[in-house]
Design a protein around this ligand. Structure first.
Ligand code: AMP
Ligand code: MG
Length: 403
């Protein structure tokens, strides 16, 4: 049986980055830049006032003090949004607002606290300022030709703001991978529909759709599949255009045969067990150029298997170089015991306090219990060879929450 790390590596090795597309800035958040963004002009491209006040020649007011102020002639006003033709000569100043272009001749801004009107067209300055004070020179933020954002940079809100500052409204990124969801089980009905005795609401389709969206993928389709080989076969043969299929249920021992048979007939099953809990009955294969992920039907197993094995592949397809969710160190509040052999992920709540992170395991280890999974913001990582984690010890915690 593969370890989690081996299984993840096998999957990542089989996955390629999605093709490059151009998208609008408005739909680029969370995607990864496919080529470096290089400034083709300086930012800002004109020198401007970084504060409201008077644009002056610093050398005109070197002796100004509250006891012995200097007086300058105000030759006009410069506001943001237009170039100014005003030129500051010795003994002159221009009233400026933040963002206005700096009049020629001026080399500093005197803020209003050091300057006050002294009759029509005169200003009294009671403080010297250094050259360049509150002046934003050309290229203050970015010089022309600079690599502002490297290729493979994730497009955060700030990165999108930077692209906007460069005047871009479209950007080259890796396309979102399209993922089809199949949920197998004769017992399943969609939430919101009428349920008969013995039926349960389909948890996994909705959770997986949300996980795909959180990972940055695009849901290609979502269908319920009856527990027969022909039903699964036709569902797999009728898939819409997509790069991957996530199929929940039918992979546990005894049940697995029909999924393996069908996937094996249409493609290849690479492995079907991973030494981890929850999520261990997990199959991976390829089908007609698509990736096939067979997840356990139990809602916690399905959720965990997606997070630990499918999500990293989705991140790689999007072009991320860091594909795993962050792991942090936290202090364990209660002793934990563990049966050696498999990597275990225990549902937990981690809180970040002034003393650092503290983690508390919630719920039990039953994979049918979704309520504790829903309340968990993290998973305690229990290594394969660990039998016990004492209270107060430092443990690794996988951080799940995006909200
Ligand atoms: P399976 O892996 O198909 O043997 O399913 C294991 C357990 O998970 C069974 O109790 C199923 O009823 C349950 N299960 C399977 N699929 C789903 C689903 N989509 N939503 C909720 N429970 C499910
Ligand atoms: Mg089933």
């Amino acid at each position: 049986m593969l370890t989690l790390d081996q299984a993840r590596q096998r999957i990542l090795d089989a996955v390629t980055v999605c093709p490059v597309v151009e998208v609008s800035l408005a739909s680029a958040r969370g995607l990864v830049l496919a080529e470096a963004a290089i400034a083709d002009e300086p930012i800002p491209n004109f020198a401007h006032a970084g504060a409201e006040g008077y644009a002056v020649r610093a050398e005109d007011i070197t002796d100004a003090s509250p006891d012995d102020p200097d007086y300058l002639t105000v030759i006009g006003t410069a506001r943001p949004g237009a170039a100014t033709a005003l030129v500051v000569q010795p003994g002159e100043a221009v009233r400026v607002y933040t963002g206005a272009s700096l009049p020629d001749g001026a080399n500093a801004i005197v803020k209003l606290e050091f300057a006050r009107p002294a009759g029509p067209d005169m200003v009294e300055v009671d403080h010297a300022v250094p050259r360049g004070q509150y002046v934003k020179p050309v290229g203050n933020d970015v010089a022309s030709g600079t690599v502002v954002l490297p290729a493979e940079m994730p497009l955060t809100a700030a990165a999108i703001g930077m692209l906007a500052a460069m005047g871009r409204n479209r950007v080259k990124v890796h396309r979102r991978p399209r993922i089809a969801v199949l949920s197998t089980g004769d017992e399943l009905v969609r939430p919101g529909e009428k349920r008969k005795d013995g039926q349960i609401y389909d948890t996994n389709s909705e959770a997986l759709a949300a996980q795909i969206a959180e990972a940055g993928g695009e849901l290609a389709s979502s269908v319920l599949v009856r527990d027969t080989a022909p039903a699964l076969r036709s569902a797999l043969m009728e898939l819409p255009p997509c790069e991957a299929v996530v199929c929940s249920g039918g992979v546990s021992v005894g049940d697995f045969d029909y999924v393996r048979d069908v996937v094996g007939q249409l493609g290849d099953v690479e492995f079907d067990q991973v030494a981890m809990r929850p999520g261990g009955p997990f199959a991976f294969g390829t089908l007609d150029g698509r990736l096939f992920y067979g997840l356990p039907g139990s809602p916690v197993g399905s959720y965990a298997a997606f997070e630990l094995l499918v999500r990293p592949a989705v991140r790689k397809m999007l072009g991320f170089s860091r594909v795993l969710r962050p792991e942090v160190c936290a202090t364990l509040d209660e002793r934990l015991t563990h049966t050696r052999g498999r990597r275990e992920y225990m549902r937990a709540q981690t809180v970040f306090g002034p003393e650092g992170a503290v983690v508390r395991v919630i719920g039990d280890h039953d994979n049918a219990i979704m309520s504790s999974m829903a309340l968990a913001n993290s998973l305690v990582v229990v290594p394969e060879d660990t039998a016990e984690l004492p209270a107060g010890s430092t443990v690794r915690v996988l951080w799940l929450s995006e909200l």
